[in-house]
Design a protein around this ligand. Sequence first.
Ligand SMILES: [Zn+2]
Ligand SMILES: [Zn+2]
Length: 149
Amino acid sequence: MDSDSLKRTKNSRQRDLVLRILRDSKNHPTAETIYQEARKTMPSISLGTVYRNLNHLRDEGRIRELSYGKGISHFDGEIREHHHMRCLSCGTVEDVLCVIPKSFTEEVQAETRFQIHSVCLEFVGICESCEGGRLEKTPESDRLQGSES
Ligand SMILES: [Zn+2]
Ligand SMILES: [Zn+2]
């Protein structure tokens, strides 16, 4: 094998690894998290390589990049239509598989006059573990719970 094809093999192995990690994880990891995971299999891989492969896979439409205000992108190996629920407190992103009613999409289409190709909604809120932590810590929650009974 000449050095060019050796290089190509290495590149595609890196790309396959990044894609596999992303498809296996259900929690929309950041590039940094993917990098930490990739190093376990391929210790020589660099963060720059991970970013390059993520960008490439995104451009090919094989993964989705979810960028939210604060600048840190999360990546998603699931490209079928689905929606997201993001926690305002810890930043975790979960999939929402509920189907959006067709009537809603039609309403949006009528209002915007856009030809809608796909829908990806983002819901924001506080996740169960953050909400649980908050309830335990605030004295008001005791009072609230006490007054209910
Ligand atoms: Zn949370
Ligand atoms: Zn997702």
